[in-house]
Design a protein. Structure first.
Length: 312
């Protein structure tokens, strides 16, 4: 039997004693180095080891002491760390999986959820929204324009409303075909406003309250030699509620939505209304016009000059 085979077949207690001898030699490094470096006989080193164990109250056979000396020389019980490599790295990662496994799993789960959420939910949702927007622009908005035009055509009593609606529809559908959604939506809004206008019904009356003016006059900035006369009016619906309407201010060129505004009238009309109010504080005939269903303009009872102001 070879020495290696004999050593491998040795009882466990002998192996453990040999390891202890090696450990003793390492802790007594000066002894081991001195004895071995001077080529001292193995017996002398064994004698010294025997004395060390004897001082500790341990009896170790020469065979075990000799095995320890040989093991030290052969570095038999010395741990040499493995050379760094990809396999070693994987092995260390596997051994330490309890430390890094849970955080990595959480991060991986979050990345999977993010991936699924983005590519499985968000992108399809965005694509669906974009598709609906394209359908709305190509079909929905033009259909709304057609429906509004048909309503105006059926309900209006004046040709001008039909002409205006047709022009707005043509413009809006052109914008829709070009992919200009804001302009197409503006056309829908304009048609809606025209439809609502022809459905409006109200009377236009001169304001006849003690704390408010019924009329006023001004000098226009562009011609200070002229005088403009205005009656202060308001629109009342069938229930007597005051309406707010978009009024073009002839002095500023801006359209404002107001509940009271000034309608420019000839001087004679202005004087007649003011005289009526001065008579007894009440304007007897304060209705100066009426807006009927199906029409776009007010039908005035008195001559007007066609202008209005929203501030004075």
């Amino acid at each position: 039997m070879s020495d290696v085979t004999a050593r491998s077949a040795a009882p466990l207690d002998e192996v453990m004693l040999a390891m202890d001898v090696v450990d003793t030699l390492r802790h007594q490094q000066g002894l081991a180095t001195r004895e071995l470096d001077t080529d001292a006989k193995e017996a002398q080193l064994i004698d010294r080891l025997r004395d060390i164990y004897h001082q500790q109250g341990i009896e170790v056979s020469d065979h075990i002491l000799r095995e320890g000396v040989v093991a030290l020389q052969e570095s038999r019980f010395t741990y040499d760390p493995p050379t760094p490599s990809f396999g070693v790295t994987l092995a260390r990662l596997y051994v330490g999986r309890q430390q890094w496994g849970k955080p990595v799993l959480l991060i991986a789960a979050a990345l999977v959820a993010l991936f699924v959420g983005y590519f499985g939910v968000w992108q399809p949702y965005q694509a669906e929204q974009a598709q609906q927007a394209r359908i709305e622009l190509a079909e929905g908005l033009p259909a709304q324009m057609d429906n509004l035009y048909d309503t105006i055509f059926e309900e209006t009593k004046v040709q001008q409303a039909v002409l205006d609606a047709e022009a707005i529809r043509t413009r809006g559908q052109t914008f829709a075909a070009e992919g200009n959604r804001p302009a197409a939506e503006d056309a829908v809004a304009d048609l809606t406003a025209l439809r609502d206008l022809i459905r409006q019904e109200y009377t236009l009356r001169v304001v006849n309250r003690a704390d408010e003016q019924s009329g006023f006059w001004t000098f226009p900035e562009i011609n200070t030699d002229a005088t403009n006369y205005y009656l202060v009016v308001e629109a009342l619906d069938a229930d007597g509620q005051t309406l707010s309407l978009p009024i073009l201010n002839e002095e500023t060129g801006a359209t404002e939505t107001v509940s009271i505004w000034g309608v420019r009238v000839p001087e004679a009309v202005y004087d007649a209304v003011m005289a009526d109010r001065r008579d007894d504080g009440i304007i007897q005939n304060n209705e100066i016009g009426r807006k009927s269903y199906g029409f776009i303009e007010v039908n005035y009872n008195v001559p007007v000059s066609g202008g209005a102001v929203t501030r004075w």
